[in-house]
Design a protein around this ligand. Structure first.
Ligand SMILES: Nc1ncnc2c1ncn2[C@@H]1O[C@H](COP(=O)(O)OP(=O)(O)OP(=O)(O)O)[C@@H](O)[C@H]1O
Ligand SMILES: [Mg+2]
Length: 263
């Protein structure tokens, strides 16, 4: 579902990251277009999370370039990247347990007012009230989208993993990201929950044209839900193509020996 004529939302060029003697990423390049769900697979330690860290600004790469919508943001802070439309979820699910489900979404939605002193705040009050109303309306919309409306006022502490992953997704979606990074979103979910999660991601991309880069060990999940797949092996891209092309790629089968060839 790549939208023709639109420039790539995310472009990673020749990115390298070293940890001491280990090259976690070595000359990695990939692109994700608006409306595309791109899977990123590879064995443990292949560099998938390190690539997400380099894209989201948690780690500045030693070499290479990261561009969002044509802007070079290689050295930009995570906040600047977020303003450029990037959101991510984490391999180990992260929700704020001391907040309600709704508040988990509200804290994520960008606060655009304030910072101009008391008088400015007073003048801006009607605008702020309107924005607050808009923020709550948007949170309600995303809660509904994620099937979480009935849990709005529930504490996020102790939610089952499947629900916590939906809260984390909702938090990532509240500002309508144009680029969404999902790190092992199906991990810990049963088959039904994983399908529900995937359906949500697909609907988000259909409705908003979101570019999605998705890391997942469940290769069946990746093959079923991604338009294109990139394979990392020991910090390098060894293959890229449609799920069918990746399934048939001898280099991929070779790299997966011992960890299960993609089926
Ligand atoms: N903070 C760190 N310090 C040192 N080495 C690290 C660090 N983070 C990652 N590495 C190393 O970099 C390589 C890539 O790790 P990374 O976590 O990106 O892999 P991954 O593909 O996400 O693996 P997994 O599937 O287990 O999540 C590994 O060799 C790992 O040991
Ligand atoms: Mg990882």
């Amino acid at each position: 579902m790549v939208r023709e004529g639109e420039r790539d939302a995310l472009v990673v060029t020749d990115v390298g990251v070293r940890f001491g003697g280990v090259a976690a990423l070595d000359g990695v390049s990939l692109r994700v277009a608006p409306g595309e769900i791109c899977g990123l697979i590879g064995a443990n330690g292949a560099g998938k999370t390190t690539l997400f860290d380099a894209v989201s600004g948690v780690r500045i790469p030693d070499t290479g370039r990261v561009e969002l919508h044509g802007r070079d943001l290689t050295s930009a802070s995570p906040q600047r990247r977020a303003r450029a439309g990037l959101r991510r979820t984490f391999q180990r699910v992260q929700v704020f347990g001391w907040l309600t489900v709704e508040d988990n979404l509200l804290v994520a939605s960008e606060w655009r007012g304030g910072g101009g002193g008391v008088l400015a705040d007073l003048v801006a009050l009607p605008t702020r009230r309107r924005r607050e109303h808009e923020r709550r309306a948007r949170a309600a919309e995303v809660l509904d989208h994620c099937g979480l409306s009935s849990l709005r006022d529930t504490s996020a502490a102790g939610l089952p993993i499947g629900t916590a992953r939906l809260v984390e997704l909702g938090r990532a979606l509240v500002d309508r990201p144009s680029v969404l990074l999902l790190d092992e979103p199906a991990s810990g979910l049963d088959a039904t929950e994983a399908e529900r999660f995937a359906a949500l991601v697909r609907r988000t991309r259909d409705e908003d044209g979101t570019a999605v880069l998705l890391v997942e060990h469940d290769v069946g999940f990746v093959m079923a839900h991604c338009d294109r797949v990139v394979v990392l092996h020991l910090g390098r891209v060894i293959a890229e193509g449609t799920p069918d092309e990746i399934r048939a790629d001898p280099a991929v089968r070779e790299a997966y020996l011992g960890t299960g060839a993609p089926t």
